[in-house]
Design a protein around this ligand. Structure first.
Ligand code: M6R
Length: 613
């Protein structure tokens, strides 16, 4: 939520910041703005709407050239998406500019206090109070970093703040509490951003900022201190994503590119995790085998698509390890006072590693003494840093708001964790582990085969562009796949879409079936005991007029008479079917959204990374 960029160096700071904002626009696109330090003053431009509106404004009214700048792309929380609420926000003298991600919970009290002292606040945002408070503190200490530390100590909530002051022309100051901010260290230049994608075209050397830290960014390096002013230890890491990974690479949309990248993403997530003896080796997990063998309960916490990956993981974990596993929406988790102990293993799944609900669930679980293992795609992000261990998915940067390759790689990571637990606890013999690994190793090829046969799915999607509703049905691991198919359609096509457990149909939802209603059914393999039951469900809805869109394994002839449209997927072991069955649903939603004229990569009202609760 909200993308932030800052730069100090010898390049045109505005150009660096604008190109960084382009890479971060997935984080929010309600408005965008920049502030440049030049000629002893501060020049700003900001516009409601997408970054392109700001580009047009800058084309008409260019800002002076300077070497220090900050920028922001907004996902609105306090105040609507207007020019006035767009960041940066300034103090009354126009000497301080601030951009912000997160929520300042005590802003109303601070605002009232500032008003009493004669400040005039021009926007409805929580952010603007910070610009005014910084100006006040700076007027006494003449040190922007110190002013930032003093102000941050007064703020409640989760926030990333980045500020410049006209009196300190070669300095950008950033601060973070429970909200993302990474620093990039170049040759004679420094960067900061919500996500490394904003600066990987310039440098791959990055610094993780810790909780409650302030960073001073200068051309010749960075200084990090705690909110208390104590120097902090700085850890630099190498970003192994390359710049082209964050480009569209000839595709019309990032989502199309990311769907196409899935075979590689799945292969990369498996890479290096199998040792010479064919056993699983998950060194980076950092939770010892003896601790894992003591686990008496697994709880998975996640949101959205990652939650669906967790639902599928439950089937694998319980089947392969016989450990009871619960899956919970991270946003609900801590509020019901969950029963956790030292032998509970909490698995937090998150592509971004910054989802606030999931982060709060992680903190709650650790507070109860449980071990937390993160499954995450973003190196150095907050959730893995605050967890006991991490298994990184290697999907590469996922830019489209709708999660695709992250989902498939989360599934792979979950299967690996489940197998590893089975291996450590002896509930899976070595040959059984190796058999599943062999099956998983075939998956990149199988996903590729699915991708090669997607033209009829695209054509079907176009033919349904004017439908109001699509339902999705599945059983066992097909049920979360149905939920994921519905979520994709909701967020991209803005259609009423719902996923149901097929067995629940007769307990209510079947009343929704009417003539011509498209219903997508994910059919388990004919080797599954549930196969025939789902085929019966297809017959039941078809008898009531549904147009059945059946996703079934190659060679499954039993479904043919009842499928108005048939989408074939390769045969896989039951538990791995989601890796192939989800792909047509992603393609379906992407094409349907395109046919309806929607913004595929930036669906309305959404942001890629949800860093507020
Ligand atoms: O970054 P995370 O995996 O924690 O994000 C969780 C959800 O916000 C995310 O999966 C969301 O549901 C996607 N937009 C779905 O496509």
């Amino acid at each position: 939520m909200c993308g932030i960029v800052g730069y100090v160096g010898s390049q045109s700071a505005l150009e660096v910041v604008m190109s960084g904002l382009k890479r971060l626009e997935y984080r929010g696109y309600d408005s965008a703005g920049v502030a440049v330090l030049a000629d002893g003053g501060l020049a700003t431009a900001k516009r409601a709407g997408k970054l392109v509106n700001l580009e047009k404004t800058l084309g008409r009214r260019p800002l002076p050239t300077g070497n220090t700048a900050i920028g922001h792309t907004r996902w609105a929380t306090h105040g609507g998406p207007t020019d006035a609420n767009a960041h940066p926000h300034l103090d009354n003298a126009g000497r301080v500019a601030v951009v912000h991600n997160g929520i300042i919970e005590n802003f109303a009290a601070l605002r009232a206090e500032l008003a009493d002292r004669g400040h005039h606040l021009a926007s409805e945002t929580d952010t603007e109070v910070v610009a005014h408070l910084l100006a006040e503190e700076f007027s006494s200490c003449a040190d922007l970093a110190e002013a930032m530390r003093l102000v941050c100590r007064r703020l409640e909530g989760a926030f990333t703040l980045v500020a410049v002051h006209a009196d300190e022309p070669d300095l950008v100051v950033g601060a973070r509490r429970s909200s993302p901010l990474v620093v990039g260290v170049g040759e004679g230049e420094s960067f900061l951003a919500s996500d490394v994608a904003a600066f990987i075209a310039h440098t791959r050397a990055a610094i993780e900022l810790g909780q409650d830290q302030v960073v001073e960014l200068r051309r010749d390096g960075v200084t990090v201190t705690g909110f208390d002013g104590m120097p902090a230890e700085v850890r630099t890491y190498h970003v192994d994503w390359d710049a082209s990974a964050a480009e569209k690479g000839g595709y019309d949309y990032f989502m199309l590119k990311e769907i196409a990248e899935q075979p590689k993403a799945v292969a990369d997530t498996l890479l290096g995790r199998i040792d010479a003896t064919g056993s699983l080796s998950l060194d980076e997990v950092r939770i010892t085998d003896s601790e894992l063998s003591e686990v008496d309960k697994v709880v998975i916490v996640a949101c959205g698509t990652a939650f669906h990956a967790g639902m599928i993981a439950k089937y694998a974990i319980e089947h392969w390890t016989r450990i009871p596993c619960e899956v919970e929406l991270a946003s609900e988790f801590r509020y019901r006072d969950p029963i956790l102990g030292e032998r509970s293993l909490v698995i937090a799944i998150s592509q971004s590693g910054e989802t606030m609900d999931t982060l709060m669930a992680v903190r709650h679980a650790r507070g109860q003494g449980s071990k937390v293992l993160a499954i995450c795609n973003t190196n150095g992000s907050t959730i893995p840093r605050e967890s006991d261990g991490v298994l990184y998915t290697h999907a590469g940067p996922e830019v489209a708001v709708a999660s695709t390759k992250a989902f498939l790689t989360q599934l792979v990571a979950c299967y690996l964790v489940a197998l590893y637990l089975g291996q450590v606890r002896g509930t899976k013999r070595a040959d059984e582990v190796q058999e599943v690994i062999r099956d998983l190793s075939r998956m990149p090829h199988e996903v590729d085969r699915v991708l090669e046969t997607m033209e009829p799915v695209r054509e079907l999607a176009r033919s349904l562009a004017y439908q109001d509703t699509v339902l999705f049905l599945g059983r066992h691991v097909g049920y979360p796949v149905a939920l994921e198919g519905a979520l994709k359609l909701k967020e991209l096509a803005y259609m009423h879409a719902e996923g149901f457990a097929a067995g629940e149909l007769k307990h209510g939802p079947i009343a929704l079936i009417e003539d011509g209603l498209p219903v997508v059914v994910i059919v388990p393999s004919p080797r599954s005991p549930l196969h025939d039951k789902v085929v019966s469900n297809i017959q039941e809805i078809r008898a009531r007029g549904a147009c059945t869109i059946v996703i079934a394994e190659e060679g499954d002839e039993a479904v043919v008479p009842y499928a108005d449209r048939l989408v074939r997927v390769p045969a896989t072991p039951t538990l791995l079917q989601p890796l192939v069955a989800t792909v047509p649903l992603q393609v379906f939603a992407c094409e349907l959204a395109t046919a309806r004229g929607n913004e595929v990569d930036q669906p309305r009202n959404l942001a890629k990374s949800v860093t507020v609760e």
